[in-house]
Design a protein. Structure first.
Length: 404
């Protein structure tokens, strides 16, 4: 599909439901999903092909059926999520109702199934406050028309129940898609607000760090400039103070930037859960990192490992489930904290395995980062299938996890 989300990634099919097709692939997918249900029109077509009607009736019936299908496809292709112009919707739906009633009344009970498509259109297109009474009304009209050919009991137990169920089922699907779209938009808004808040925090921190220091540098520079001709010794002291203040400001800025760049397990767990959920992969993750974490460098290495592993699972594995676990181990060399990430995808032997790039830059760089803190990286097949990545880092110091 050519349609993408705000991040440039391809939209999941549920987010393109009800929108006009964008590109050939989306047109084919939508046509396949919608076209398969047109199989139930075989009864009217068979009725026309059997030659039970006059030539004129057959031609009119075929023309009416063609118009009916065109109206139905127009509605379900274009108007199942957001309706900007109600005119085409009302005209198309009214034609569906009229054609279904006229064709079924004139040509026989083989045509009563058209009312099921009318019910589906009402559930898929109309707001739920309207479809709640329009679907039963369409079903009631079908029963009235059908009484010309069948008994009331047969109509209710057969087509009546089907028309009600599929109509309300489509209403439920439409509301589900609408809610999903709203949740997606809300998540994007939350992410944007979080980014804005982070920018404001960075601006406040830089102001607090540099505002006083730069003001002091400016003041002492002006003093040194005034003292320089007549009091060079005093000017030299001011310049020495400027150097000291500048060096301290540089140290503060570097410390602040290091804090911004440091990856934490809590942040990466939240990011992993979001990434896996967006990719329709079942995420089995601990609700939070271990109660006691290793030092900052070791925690950063584990955080990078988690990010790299989850990224590979999302991009390459074709997995349906991904499990992340932390385990504290006591060894002869001292305590270790172990991170394991395992998926049920195609595995390392597949061309697109979660670690198909086991010798690539991602895992090579990750191994170097883990070894730099005295840890070890292991990769290989999972317990049953898929791929498993394990990272162990020594716990040289214990840092309690702070609430976030």
């Amino acid at each position: 599909m050519s349609e993408t989300d705000a991040t440039g990634g391809e939209l999941h099919p549920v987010y393109t439901f009800g929108r006009p097709p964008q590109g050939r692939r989306q047109l084919l997918v939508k046509s396949g999903w919608i076209g398969v249900w047109l199989i139930f029109l075989s009864w009217p077509i068979k009725d026309l092909a059997d030659g039970r009607h006059t030539t004129v009736a057959t031609m009119l019936g075929a023309s009416g059926l063609a118009v009916f299908v065109a109206c139905y496809l127009t509605l379900v292709f274009r108007y199942t999520t957001r309706i900007l112009r109600w005119g085409p919707v009302i005209v198309s739906f009214a034609l569906l109702v009229v054609l279904a009633a006229v064709l079924a009344f004139s040509l026989g009970d083989h045509w009563l199934g058209l009312f099921v498509y009318v019910s589906v259109s009402a559930g898929a297109v109309l707001p739920i406050r309207y479809s709640l009474w329009i679907i039963p009304a369409v079903t009631f009209l079908m029963i009235l028309v059908g009484l010309r050919y069948d008994g009331l009991g047969d109509l209710v137990t057969n087509l009546g129940v089907i028309a009600l169920l599929v109509g309300f089922a489509m209403s439920g699907v439409r509301e589900l898609v609408r809610t999903t779209l709203q949740l997606r938009q809300a998540r994007a808004t939350v992410a944007q607000l979080a980014a804005n808040e982070e920018r404001l925090r960075l601006a406040r921190d830089l102001h607090d760090l540099l505002g006083h220091s730069l003001s002091l540098v400016t003041l002492k520079s002006e003093l040194a400039g005034r003292m320089l001709p007549d009091h060079p010794d005093k000017a030299a002291r001011q310049i020495a103070d400027i150097e000291q203040v500048s060096r301290q400001a540089l140290v503060d800025v570097r410390a602040a930037v290091s804090g911004y760049r440091r990856r934490t397990l809590a942040d990466e767990l939240a990011g992993a859960r979001t990434a896996l959920t967006a990719a329709d992969i079942e995420a089995v993750l601990p609700p939070e990192p271990p109660a006691a974490l290793p030092g900052e460098e070791a925690e950063a290495a584990l955080a990078w490992a988690l990010r790299e592993a989850v990224t590979n699972v999302v991009r390459h594995s074709g997995a349906r489930r991904c499990t992340v676990a932390f385990t504290a181990r006591q060894t002869l060399g001292g305590p270790l904290l172990e991170l394991s990430v395992e998926d049920d995808g195609v595995g390392s032997s597949g061309a697109a395995g979660a670690a198909g790039a086991a010798a690539g830059n991602g895992l090579t760089g990750l191994a170097e980062r883990v070894e730099a803190v005295g840890g070890a990286l292991e990769t290989g097949p999972g317990a049953r299938r898929g791929f498993r990545l394990v990272v162990r880092v020594p716990v040289t110091e214990t840092v309690p996890m702070t609430p976030r």
